[in-house]
Design a protein around this ligand. Sequence first.
Ligand SMILES: Nc1nc2c(ncn2[C@@H]2O[C@H](COP(=O)(O)OP(=O)(O)OP(=O)(O)O)[C@@H](O)[C@H]2O)c(=O)[nH]1
Ligand SMILES: [Mg+2]
Length: 488
Amino acid sequence: MDTPTPMLPRKVSNVLHKRSPLPKPFSADDISQLGSITISSEEGNAWEDASEVFWDTPKRRTRRQTALYLLVAIGVTFGFITPFRTSSINLVFDPYKPIRPELSPTPGNTADPIKWLKENSNDKHAVTKGFLSRLQHGRPRAALISLVRNAELPGMIQSIRQMEEKWNAKYLYPWIFFNDEPFSDEFKTETQNATAAKCFYAVIPKEHWSLPEWIDEDRFINGLEYLGTIGVGKGWLVSYHHMCRWNSGFFYKHPILKDYDWYWRVEPDVHYFCKMSYDPFRFMRDNNLKYGFNMNILDDARSFPSLGPHTAAFMKTSPHLVHPNADLTWLVDTNTSDYNNCQFFSNFEIGSLNFWRSPQHQAYFDYLDQAGGFYYERWGDAPVHTLSIGMFVPKAEIWFFRDLGYQHDVNMHCPPNREVACDCQKTRLDENFYKLVPLQSPQRKPDDTCIRQFLGGKWLEKKDGWTMGVEKAFGGDGYHGYKLLEDE
Ligand SMILES: Nc1nc2c(ncn2[C@@H]2O[C@H](COP(=O)(O)OP(=O)(O)OP(=O)(O)O)[C@@H](O)[C@H]2O)c(=O)[nH]1
Ligand SMILES: [Mg+2]
């Protein structure tokens, strides 16, 4: 994904450059909190009141307390008392109310992610050791994955620190780093020192990171020059083409991921702003979700002029692969019927590895790879992932992680700051929509912002009397006519 040189406002960059502290180990206080949470239910208070009448000597009170602590300890040890369930009696929490697309019913999908979030979001539980061990038992086979160069170590450390502070220190999901060359000892030591989770380091096989034999090298070189001349971001870098192809069709095939089902993609030098009070991997698994995103935006369409037509051709040759409940309307330009260039910003992804390993995605990737557009043009993994998800996954299985604040260069997403604690200033739902489209790119923009096209229905409703033409005539960009809904 290409981006113009980042020029961050001072206020934002101050937040960004603050170093996050390393996760603290569990203290005796944390563990004792387990006991105090467990015994403070309403029933317990009633019992204590009644006991005042009969047990009135200090000695008896001490004995009673000791016996009570002993009972609680036995209960917790043998599982009669479940601290997190009991403690939820005391906690008043109003979890984030997710923004969801208009969904047509998918037969057989009974998942209720909103109910799940209500039942499983809880900051207080996460500090206790008992809760931690429950989290780690039977959890999804998931990892945080990063493709990164040795030279990007400082940026990687920054991403790890924020990810650990906001979330992973509680869960300790492993980190897996990928590189097209071996990682240096310095890289390994410093990354491992930045997290209490296990780190693994994988070198990408040569055959996943080199020019396929069917690519015409002269045409590729000409393409590099052309992309450089017109200024398509990083389009002249050979390695960038390998990277986009690897992220589109190879990362999930690496042997190191064979025992994993879920991944969260993390890039060096990105920022995570919000504390998370639930496990997104468990959330994805329990709710039958395949793909989670955080931004849905436009990129410079000069990098993939023939991706839309190739995808349409693929759908013609393999209509049986397209999911019966797929909704592609949000990806199609109403005027030209071509791909409208909307895409999930794929440097943030929480997803199912098994989806990418599916025959549908494999067939689509192979088709694109044979066509050569990863080299003759600069097809990015973001539009490829988006079109694949669009064709093969119903919207009910795609999740908008609006509650996670995130920044990649100039693109930033920050949710309404209510029950989630975020170190960022709230952004509009539509923010970032076309920041990656350079002025010199003549591409048309969709009638509605990408995220609203995805959400559909009420999210597209306009204020009475508003027209795009009039807004533009007064100097606006034509995307400010929406009736704003809750949590925007
Ligand atoms: N090991 C390795 N990693 C790479 C290479 N090229 C890109 N990457 C990684 O792939 C990810 C995407 O590359 P970037 O150059 O950041 O691409 P981008 O995000 O589209 O571009 P920017 O907007 O400039 O950040 C980053 O995590 C990079 O570290 C490469 O040649 N080798
Ligand atoms: Mg990047």
